[in-house]
Write a protein that binds this ligand. Structure first.
Ligand SMILES: [Zn+2]
Length: 327
């Protein structure tokens, strides 16, 4: 008799709450989402989570007794002992999401930081599958990260790790959302890329980017910039070359510190795929510390594109319920 049991993963984002049913291999069976509507109490947000879980289990005709557990991935600092979000810039502070969701469902409920969930997903069944140590770097509005170190999520002693976006790559550089200057995130996030492009087209208004965004710079996104780059637009080339070199500096630092077997690139920018990897490969190889030992056949960190995409959060959260020693 094959026992079919499922996991539920909840990816709580600043924009959407996404819920998925996942099997024990980490495959998503079905998913559903609703807007987060920021500014509400955590109780109302959890009420929406519960509604989505009910909706999707009804739709798939799965009974709660066949759910092994529910995992929640949340932005911010998540205290695993009290199972609450201590602080999340965008959403709330001191929110006991697990006990609140427990009012609706009598199954084990787990919570973890969203960056850690993405790293867990990629490690369990994504681009870093089969490795013991991997770093997942999510490049979007900001830069987030999650580190699986020797099979366990590394969180720091107070659960506030790891904020890789906020290591400084340029002294007295661009101002960062965290209050410092020169953070990696202030150079290599999609937000930073778009800021730099807006500046550049002021200087070079003939850039094809002006055309691609219909002369409204509010329409500029990372895809438009890369499209212009592939069309050999000189302005895009200047901005993207600088972007790649800053991205490579941060990745080189990450390799020098952690020496993970694999670094997984996730988030919107990673849609650039193999071309992105090719562009940064040489920049990293010429500066990474371990380049000195290549002749001694010292294995080098491999950089890969995420394979779970936007689903990494759901999958990683669901996998929490397997309790496979990650906790
Ligand atoms: Zn910062």
């Amino acid at each position: 008799v094959i026992e079919l049991r499922y996991l539920v993963g909840i990816d709580l984002g600043g924009t959407n709450i996404a819920v998925g049913i996942v099997n024990s291999l980490g495959e998503i069976i079905s998913k559903i989402s609703t807007p987060t509507k920021r500014g509400r109490t955590y109780q109302l947000i959890v009420e929406d989570m519960a509604r989505l879980v009910k909706e999707i289990t009804d739709k798939e005709k799965i009974e709660m007794k066949d759910i092994i557990g529910i995992g929640i991935g949340s932005p911010g600092i998540v205290d695993l002992e009290s199972k609450r979000v201590i602080y999340s810039c965008n959403l709330f502070k001191n929110a006991p999401l697990c006990s609140e969701l427990g009012k609706y469902f009598n199954v084990p409920i787990f919570i973890e930081n969203d960056g850690n969930c993405a790293a867990l997903g990629e490690s369990f069944c994504g681009a870093a599958k089969g490795t013991a140590s991997s770093l997942t770097v999510t490049i979007g509005t900001g830069i987030g990260g999650g580190l699986v170190l020797n099979g366990k999520i590394f969180r720091g002693f107070n659960y506030a790790g790891i904020e890789i976006g906020h290591h400084v790559i340029k002294i007295d550089g661009e101002s960062c959302t965290c209050g410092r200057n020169g953070c990696w995130e202030a150079y290599s996030s999609a937000t930073a890329l778009i800021r730099n492009v807006k500046r550049a087209i002021k200087e070079y208004p003939s850039s094809i980017i002006s055309e691609l965004c219909c002369n409204d710079e509010e329409n500029i996104n990372a895809k438009i910039v890369f499209d212009a780059y592939h069309l050999k637009d000189p302005t895009a080339k200047i901005v993207i070359s600088e972007y790649f070199s800053n991205l490579a500096i941060g990745l080189t630092n990450m390799i020098n510190i952690f020496q993970p077997e694999v670094i997984v690139l996730s988030g919107g920018i990673s849609n650039q795929g193999e071309q992105l990897l090719e562009s940064i490969h040489d920049l990293i190889q010429k500066s990474v510390y371990t380049r000195h030992f290549v002749d001694f056949v010292l294995p080098q960190t491999r950089i890969k594109i995420a394979s779970l995409g936007n689903d990494a959060g759901i999958v990683g959260a669901a996998i929490l319920a397997l309790r496979k020693g990650y906790l």
